[in-house]
Ligand binder design. Structure first.
Ligand code: SF4
Length: 497
C-alpha cells in the first residue's frame, strides 16, 4: 500500500465522504490506496503508530475546522518519526489563507479546493516524477460527469453503523458572507440518474439513513422532486423498514409541487435543516444574504403545520449589525413558527469567507484559534457574547434535546429569548458549568428554577409530564418522586404575565 487517505472525523458515526471521493478518483493508483479514518480525541501516538504500520509513502489528510489542531500535532509527530513520509494536505481549512498556516509549514504539499483530479495527479508526480516544484496546488474542477461517484466505497460496517453522507450537487449560488459556499457563486449538479442509481445500490445494501450535504436541496425543483420520489417509492415498498433522509433547504423557495411531495412523507422519514440566520433585513444586507422573510416564515409555518418533517432552523448570533435586541426579536419570531429545533449558532470566521470586510466598521473580534468564534463586536461586548454562547449550549441541552418538550414552552412564556436568557444566567450562576451536566441533575435544576416562578407543585407537575423524576421537600429532606403526569398544564400564565 503506497497512499493512505486519512482524516479525523468529529465522531465515529461520521464517515468521511471526502476521503471516499478521493479514493474513487485515484485512477491507476486506486489499487495502492487505502482509507484510514480516526476520530477526534484519539491519541496522537496511537494514530502515528497505525499510520506507519500501513507503510505508506504518501499520506493525504483531510483538514477541517474541527480537526486542524489535532491534525497539525499528528503531522508534526509523523514528520519527526518518519521524515521521508510525504504528507499532502487538503480540505476547506487549508484551501484559504494557506501559506500562513502552521500545519501547512509542517507538510510537504497542499491541494486547495477540489481534490478529485489534482490529488491523484500530484501523487503520481511524487511517486513517478517529475518531482512537483510547487508546494501548493490549486485543485482543478473537472466536469461533474468526470468525477467518479464514491458510494460503493461505503463499507458494510459504514452502512450498518454510520451516517452516510451523499451529495446530488456541489456549491451554492448564494453569497452569504459568513459561509464558505459563498465563494462558489453557483451550484453544480451531478447527473441525477447516475446519482440515484448509486442511492439504489446503497439502499439495496441496507442503507436507511441518507444525509444530503447539498447546500441548497430545493434549488432545482425537478431534481428535488426526483430525489423525493426515490425516497417515497422506497417508503411505499418497505413501510416496515423505512428510510430517513436529511436535506438542507433555503427557506423562501418552496413551490406547490415541492410542498405536495413533502406532505406525502410519513412521520420520522424526513428532516430539513433550514438556514434563517437572521430575520433582520439590515443584517441580511450587510452579509449579502438574499431572503424574503415573509415567504421564509410562511414556508416554515406551512412545514410545521402541514408536514411531518422534523425541522431544524438555524440562527446565527454575532453577525455584523445584529444587536441583542434584534436577535431576540428574530429568535421569538422563529420560536412562534414552531420548528422542532432552533440551532443557535455563534458567528465563526471561516478561512476565506468575505465576512472580514466588516471587521473595522463593526468591530468584529474573532478567536484566532479554531473554530474562530466571534468574541465581541461593535454591538455585543465580550461578556454579553459569552452569555449568548452559554444560552446556545443550554438551549441544546434543554430545548433541542427533546427531553423537556412540555417544560420548554412554559420556561419561555411570552418572551422566549429573554426568559430563556434569564434561565441561562441562573443556571450558569448555580452550576458554573456548561458541560457535563447529567440529565437528572439538569432536570432538578430546571425544577428548582421554575419553582421560584410557579411554585413547587406546578414546577414538579411540569417536570413529571416530561417524564423526569421530581424532587419534593419532605420532612426537611429532598425526596425524589413522580408527580401526576395527567395533571393539566396551567403554568404558562405565570411566565406570560
Ligand atoms: S449560507 Fe446557505 S445559502 Fe448562504 S451561501 Fe452558504 S450554503 Fe449558500
Amino acid at each position: 500500500m503506497t497512499i493512505l487517505l486519512s482524516t479525523l472525523n468529529a465522531r465515529y458515526t461520521h464517515a468521511s465522504l471526502g476521503l471516499r471521493y478521493l479514493l474513487a478518483n485515484m485512477g491507476a493508483l486506486k489499487e495502492q490506496t487505502r482509507i484510514q479514518e480516526f476520530v477526534s480525541g484519539a491519541k496522537t501516538t496511537e494514530m502515528v503508530e497505525r499510520i506507519l504500520a500501513a507503510e505508506p509513502k504518501i499520506v493525504g489528510f483531510g483538514v477541517y475546522i474541527w480537526n486542524v489542531e489535532e491534525t497539525a500535532k499528528l503531522v508534526a509527530m509523523l514528520k519527526r518519526v518518519a521524515p521521508k513520509l510525504v504528507i499532502v494536505l487538503g480540505g476547506p481549512e487549508v484551501s484559504h489563507e494557506t501559506n500562513e498556516q502552521h500545519i501547512v509549514q509542517l507538510a510537504d504539499y497542499v491541494v486547495t479546493g477540489w481534490g478529485d483530479v489534482t490529488f491523484p495527479k500530484l501523487c503520481n508526480e511524487i511517486l513517478n516524477g517529475p518531482k512537483p516544484l510547487m508546494k501548493v496546488h490549486a485543485g482543478v474542477q473537472p466536469p461533474m460527469a468526470e468525477i467518479a461517484l464514491p458510494y460503493s466505497l461505503y463499507a458494510d460496517e459504514d452502512i450498518a453503523h454510520r451516517t452516510l453522507y451523499v451529495e446530488a450537487s456541489r456549491g451554492c449560488p448564494f453569497k452569504c458572507e459568513f459561509c464558505l459556499s459563498a465563494l462558489d457563486k453557483t451550484a453544480w449538479p451531478f447527473n441525477i440518474d447516475s446519482f440515484l442509481a448509486e442511492m439504489e445500490s446503497l439502499h439495496a445494501r441496507g442503507a436507511r439513513l441518507f444525509k444530503f450535504v447539498d447546500r441548497t436541496f430545493n434549488l432545482n425543483i425537478k431534481t428535488s422532486l426526483k430525489i423525493m420520489q426515490f425516497f417515497l417509492d422506497k417508503l411505499a415498498a418497505n413501510p416496515e423498514d423505512p428510510v430517513y433522509a436529511h436535506f438542507e433547504l433555503v427557506p423562501d423557495h418552496l413551490p406547490d409541487a415541492l410542498k405536495e411531495g413533502i406532505a406525502k412523507f410519513p412521520p420520522g422519514a424526513l428532516q430539513f435543516e433550514i438556514g434563517i440566520q437572521s430575520f433582520n433585513p439590515v443584517v441580511q444586507s450587510n452579509i449579502s444574504r438574499k431572503q424574503d422573510n415573509q415567504k421564509a416564515a410562511d414556508n416554515i409555518r406551512w412545514l410545521c403545520e402541514h408536514s411531518h418533517v422534523h425541522m431544524h432552523v438555524d440562527l446565527i448570533a454575532g453577525l455584523p449589525g445584529e444587536t441583542v435586541e434584534s436577535f431576540a426579536e428574530g429568535f421569538d419570531k422563529l420560536w412562534a413558527l414552531g420548528p422542532h429545533e432552533i440551532q443557535f449558532g455563534i458567528l465563526k470566521r471561516l478561512r476565506g469567507t468575505p465576512i472580514i470586510r466588516h471587521t473595522e466598521e463593526f468591530g468584529l473580534v474573532f478567536d484566532p484559534h479554531p473554530p474562530y468564534t466571534i468574541l465581541a463586536n461593535r454591538d455585543i461586548d465580550f461578556p454579553t457574547m459569552q452569555k449568548l454562547v452559554r444560552f446556545a449550549r443550554y438551549w441544546d441541552l434543554v430545548a433541542n434535546s427533546g427531553r423537556f418538550t412540555q417544560t420548554t414552552p412554559v420556561l419561555l412564556g411570552d418572551r422566549p429569548f429573554y426568559n430563556f436568557m434569564a434561565f441561562s444566567d441562573w443556571l450558569y450562576k448555580n452550576t458554573d458549568a456548561t458541560h457535563r451536566i447529567a440529565l437528572d441533575r439538569l432536570a432538578g435544576l430546571v425544577q428548582r428554577y421554575l419553582a421560584q416562578l410557579l411554585g413547587e407543585a406546578e414546577a414538579g407537575e411540569l417536570l413529571a409530564r416530561d417524564g423526569h423524576a421530581v424532587r419534593a421537600k419532605s420532612g426537611g429532606k429532598d425526596k425524589v418522586q413522580r408527580a401526576d403526569s395527567a395533571a393539566p398544564l396551567r403554568q404558562a400564565r405565570h411566565l406570560a404575565a
